[in-house]
Design a protein around this ligand. Sequence first.
Ligand code: ADP
Ligand code: ADP
Length: 223
Amino acid sequence: MSQIELRDVEKVYNSEVVAVDGVTATIESGEFVSILGPSGCGKSTLLFMIGGFIERTDGDILVEGETVHEPGPDRGMVFQESVLYPWLTVEDNIGWGLKIQGVPRDERREAVQEFISMIGLEGFEEAYPSELSGGMQQRAAMARVLVSNPNVLLMDEPFGALDAQTREVMQNELLDIWQRTGQTCVFVTHSIDEALFLSDRVLVLTARPASIKLEVDLTEFER
Ligand code: ADP
Ligand code: ADP
């Protein structure tokens, strides 16, 4: 059983904008797959449907054999802009998901601290998002999703707003974490460089409406 199965998935907004048109693909457990395509082609729409944030118009989406109807703890989503709560400290932001899940305070602190070290934000535990650089905010946002260890990591151009140097640091951090955890990663980007650097496999989409134009297997090559 594949981790993610997309069968003829379609999305039409307001009965007129066809955003995704018949995407069929399978993604295996532990795979790093990029979804590459021009801006506005329907990449986010596809990812949001896998996340269960928006309904598809037609077709099937299965994650571990179960049809997706809504968001679930098995799927963690990292958005384009870091979405941290401005009124919570870095530590409380990262621990938020665990708190919702009812993880006790001590256990939460330990898990959060491990991620804070991993992403190099030691000393910023008590800082608020507005006190951090863009790169630091995006790291904290990534940590907030990673800390609850979802089986599937869905990332919507998470590094698009960063400068080139910070982006490279973050890409390497993500690969380190992904290699360590064995999570399945679905990464949306419009950057060919980024897709080639990060992925085992690239699904290239057509301009809107999105359908799969080309699949590139990169597993034989070194990253
Ligand atoms: P991408 O992520 O590739 O940039 P999107 O999935 O965001 O593309 O958008 C695909 C198409 O669907 C675009 O033409 C966009 O304008 C349209 N679209 C996205 N969200 C909505 C919405 N909520 N209502 C209507 N049209 C939408
Ligand atoms: P990033 O590459 O994460 O965006 P920057 O290049 O902006 O980080 O900053 C590099 C380092 O400078 C950070 O890791 C941090 O140690 C320090 N720094 C950046 N912004 C702040 C801040 N607002 N307060 C204190 N230290 C900061």
